[in-house]
Design a protein around this ligand. Structure first.
Ligand code: PHE
Length: 347
């Protein structure tokens, strides 16, 4: 090997070594300084060898040496900063890993969601599937299809929020609009429950609100009878309120069902609260229901000669209020964390 090649090789070796050097304390840093950047450093010695390099490679040798010198200085600065930082504590983690864990705040389900989920699960077990639909609805799906034409007095039952500049678009006043949505797009047999938010133009008080939640149920098939409706509701009431729960059906009126009924569950009259909640009767009104009016089937393109069905709809807030002893419905919509946190851990 000629002299030049050997000298170039030395440059490479020093460059490699330099990159791997570490300094964990000041002594080691000083050793690095003496070896690579001090007045008698090993790179300087190589500068003295330039005379032994072949003439046509002298320039390249000089450049490589300068690079090496620069790399040594840079590495020295780097190591120096690392040690300084370690001394001033800069690179210590700014959290104390030995401190005991803080109080972890987990989220909580909203009481309305809890009750809604329970009801959905109960109906899923007997083959109902969830249908979710829009809250901004058109007049046809919310009213007309549901047998409530424009001049029908039943429209007054539900004070409606219409969208500005529109006589056609509104915030749905009940989840019954989902019945029309599903019946016009699916073929029987249909077995759905539709949970969701509904709106009515009502004065807000501790007992009523302009927004609340309902769950709608709809079952359409051949030969569906009122007995099927009653049995389905009894099953629901016993799953929801306990195996001994009694129900009663009172005749009622809805434009989209015929016959129509309201279902009460027996709540009991054990204490003063029970008297207040049930107005002294012991019975609690839970939902509206009935056989789907043949006209509604026709409106939605289903042949009432071939198919029949039942529907029911219930409010969620009242059930949540009863279950969790919430006395003011407004709390449900205010999102006060002190209120919401009480439900953590309940699924
Ligand atoms: N939509 C009715 C209400 O909001 C409830 C209902 C649904 C009644 C389905 C009968 C059948 O009060």
């Amino acid at each position: 090997m000629n002299m030049s090649a050997e000298l170039f090789g030395q440059i490479d070796q020093i460059m490699q070594a330099l990159k791997q050097e570490k300094a964990e304390n000041e002594q080691q840093l000083e050793a690095f300084r003496i070896r690579y950047v001090g007045s008698k450093n090993i790179i300087k010695a190589l500068f003295g060898e330039i005379k032994n390099v072949e003439n046509d490679r002298k320039k390249e040798f000089g450049q490589r040496l300068n690079e090496l010198k620069q790399a040594a200085e840079n590495r020295f600065e780097e190591l120096k900063t690392l040690i300084e930082n370690a001394q001033s504590g800069n690179n210590k983690p700014d959290i104390d890993l030995t401190a005991p864990a803080g109080d972890l705040k987990t989220g909580a389900r909203h009481p309305v969601s809890i009750v809604m989920q329970r009801i959905i699960r109960i109906f899923e077990r007997i083959g109902f599937s969830v249908a979710e639909e829009r809250e901004i609805e058109d007049d046809w799906h919310n009213f007309t299809a549901m047998n409530t034409p424009e001049d029908h007095p039943a429209r007054d039952m539900q004070d409606t929020f219409y969208l500005k500049d529109s006589s056609n678009l509104l915030l749905r006043t009940h989840t019954s609009s989902v019945q029309a949505r599903v019946m016009t797009t699916q073929k029987p047999p249909i077995r759905i429950i539709a949970p969701g938010r509904v709106y009515r133009n009502e004065t807000i008080s501790s007992r009523s609100h302009c927004q609340f939640h309902q769950i709608e149920g709809l079952y359409i098939d051949k030969k569906v009878s009122f007995a099927d409706l009653k049995q389905t509701l009894l099953y629901f009431a016993r799953e929801m309120y306990g195996p001994d729960t009694e129900i009663r059906l009172r005749p009622s009126y809805f434009p989209f069902t015929e016959p129509s009924a309201e279902m009460d569950v027996y709540w009991g009259l054990k204490n003063e609260d029970d008297y207040r909640i049930t107005k002294g009767t012991g019975w609690l009104e839970i939902l509206g229901c009935g056989m789907v009016d043949p006209q509604v089937l026709l409106n939605c393109g289903i042949d009432p000669e071939e198919y029949s069905g039942f529907a029911f709809g219930m409010g969620i807030e009242r059930q949540a209020m009863l279950q969790y002893k919430i006395t003011d419905i407004r709390q449900i919509f205010e999102n006060d964390l002190r209120f919401l946190r009480q439900f953590s851990g309940i699924i």
